[in-house]
Design a protein around this ligand. Structure first.
Ligand code: IMP
Ligand code: MG
Length: 173
């Protein structure tokens, strides 16, 4: 049976907010070149929408990672399924993610990328669940803070489904 999905944030609201955040990025990186590192798979949808509205010079790279359970917060448990192609030394890097939940994935990833000596490293996320935070991370750009609910759409999946929904939805149980 098909899942019933209710709308948490509608398409128009999502688009308007992405536009605002893009304008903020345009201002903050004025006069600089930016490397966007998109975190697959979920970040790809947000990256596409965001980058259409960027007017600064920008290039793109992609990573796919997976982070293991909560008990291993401090462990070396970030699995790199796909690394980026370009060298980021002395470059301004913006990590683009779909959602920051516990923050464990981005905490480990940021630590790893800082070792590659970028000129700057910041995080931009479509969604943030601040209540769930376990690892300390600095989220410079966040489109929406949401309550502790499992959401789908705009790149976010439930068992690989629903990434293509143009709004943020909650699966009704
Ligand atoms: P974190 O390490 O706990 O911050 O995990 C972040 C990852 O968990 C995200 O990149 C998503 O893949 C996944 N995730 C967390 N919350 C949700 C959700 O509500 N819907 C879909 N995926 C989620
Ligand atoms: Mg993800």
């Amino acid at each position: 049976m098909a899942d019933k999905i209710s709308v948490l944030i509608d398409e128009e609201t999502v688009q308007k907010r992405i536009e605002e955040v893009a304008e903020q990025i345009n201002r903050d990186y004025d006069g600089k070149n930016l490397v966007i590192v998109c975190i697959l798979k979920g970040g790809a949808f947000f990256m596409t929408e965001l980058s259409k509205r960027l007017t600064i010079p920008v290039t793109f790279d992609f990573m796919q990672v997976s982070s293991y359970g909560n008990s291993t917060v401090h462990g070396d448990t970030l699995k790199i399924k796909k690394d980026m192609d370009e060298d980021i030394e002395n470059k301004h890097v913006l990590i683009v993610e779909d959602i920051v939940d516990t923050g464990n994935t981005l905490h480990k990833l940021s630590t790893m990328l800082k070792d590659r000596k970028p000129a700057s490293l910041s995080v931009c996320t479509l969604l943030d669940k601040p209540e769930r935070r376990e690892a300390e991370i600095n989220v410079r750009y966040s489109c929406f803070a949401i309550p502790n609910e499992f959401v789908v759409g705009c790149g976010l999946d439930y068992a690989e489904k629903y990434r293509n929904l143009p709004y943020i939805g909650v699966i009704e149980s």
